[in-house]
Design a protein around this ligand. Structure first.
Ligand SMILES: Cc1ncc(COP(=O)(O)O)c(C=O)c1O
Length: 394
């Protein structure tokens, strides 16, 4: 486990990546370097509170479980979405009270449920009858939040194939079963898909949530929690503004009762933009056609898709490197491929780039690398995952 207390470096107004690079002696480091701007997390929270003041964010720890990041967010006072015993331990270890946590995994191992029970983490999601029976046996006094499926038409990572009941067909039946077993359903949740880019998806889902609430109240449950999940963008604040507007008006229309607590489980929103990854070219190759013409240049970096680019397996988005070369703009560009360091040919970061002629030792920066990267990274083939350094504004 990484330390929750490494040195934090301070900057004046804006984090100057070039300056960090100069300070960091990267030529003598084999590992790539993650630069985490903690102040970016704070700015994101302020933006959230400004645009969706009624929705309490519960950071989805799975997105980036670095203890420094989690502690920083815990100290800002927000809530957490944990999916496992270890995530619960991490968050509780920073003094977060169990009421600030939702155990938002609809299929949980018994040992994890027992841990949640011991720690009095009451709120947890459920989406099928087997899990309801499991809760009846192992954690009957918990609060059941019924998770239903409601997918965006466009999302980088849809989740509906795996989790969520059919709100109309199964929602009421699950709540009836819970009632018959004397369990408490206290709310409902959904996730429109991670990396959602369909603003309307939220209203569609909140409308279904309203129906679940009505059915739950009719059955006799005290429904008081609406959880609108994650799916908010990490980088595009304009898109976030549109989503916030859609959520606010939907909630105002469908959940006007102030007694209903409304929470969300943003992951990517908080951490996506906070990280810049600096990689070093450690090898290169020229690929020529039969007549000897240069076809493309290949570069091998000290990190790849088994490392901090692991998210590309799941969320294949184009990556564009920043170059830290003087005059890079004016240099001739060549068709280029960038590979990760492992022997595996799957370890390709990007195949469609036009870059200047780089050399071993040159550095490439990749912005917005904070989400779904380091928790998945492994030292495959013996190549170390990047080190992370933390910065914040004075
Ligand atoms: C249950 C749950 N909540 C929250 C999240 C975080 O989603 P995002 O990073 O899109 O905000 C996820 C991501 O997969 C999830 O599965």
């Amino acid at each position: 486990m990484e330390s929750s207390n490494p040195k934090t470096h301070f900057y004046e107004k804006e984090l100057d990546i070039r300056h960090v690079i100069e300070e960091s002696d990267l030529q003598n480091l084999d590992q790539a370097l993650n630069i985490c701007d903690l102040s970016s997390l704070e700015r994101k929270l302020r933006l959230w509170q400004k645009l969706m003041p009624k929705i309490k964010p519960h950071y989805a720890v799975k997105c980036n479980d670095n203890p420094v990041v989690v502690k920083f967010l815990a100290d800002l006072g927000i809530g957490f979405d944990c999916a496992s015993k270890n995530e619960l331990k991490l968050v509780l270890g920073f003094g977060v009270s169990p009421e600030r946590i939702i155990f938002a995994h609809p299929c949980r191992p018994v040992s994890h449920l027992k841990f949640a029970k011991k720690q009095k983490v009451l709120n947890g999601t459920v989406d099928n009858e087997y899990e309801i029976y499991k809760l009846h046996k192992h954690y009957p006094n918990s609060n059941l939040i019924v998770r239903f499926k409601s997918e965006a038409k466009k999302a980088l990572c849809p989740l509906g194939d795996k989790y969520g009941c059919d709100a109309a067909a199964d929602g009421a039946a699950l709540m009836l079963l819970a009632k018959a077993l004397k369990l408490k359903v206290t709310g409902t949740s959904f996730h429109v898909g991670s990396g959602c880019s369909e603003v309307e998806a939220f209203d569609r889902a909140i409308e279904k949530a309203e129906n679940i609430f009505r059915a739950g109240e009719f059955i006799g449950h005290d429904m008081n929690l609406l959880d609108i999940g994650g799916g908010f963008p990490g980088i595009d604040d304009n898109m976030f503004g549109k989503m916030a507007e859609a959520v606010n008006s939907s909630v105002q229309l469908r959940f006007p009762d102030e007694r209903v607590q409304i929470i969300a489980e943003p992951g990517r929103f908080f951490v996506g933009a906070a990280y810049t990854l600096i990689c070093k070219v450690h090898a290169k190759r020229e690929v020529r056609s039969k007549d000897g013409k240069l076809d493309q240049l290949m570069y091998y970096l000290n990190d790849g898709i088994f490392g901090a680019f692991a998210g590309l397996f799941y969320y294949p988005e184009p990556v564009t490197p920043q170059l830290y070369l003087d005059e890079a703009e004016n240099m001739p560009k060549f068709r280029s491929v960038i590979w990760g360091p492992s022997c595996d040919a799957l370890d390709k970061i990007s195949g469609d780039l036009f870059l200047p002629n780089l050399n071993p030792g040159d550095l490439l920066g990749f912005r917005n690398m904070g989400a779904y990267a380091m928790p998945i990274a492994s030292p495959f083939n013996g190549f170390d995952v990047p080190e992370t350094r933390f910065y914040r504004a004075k």
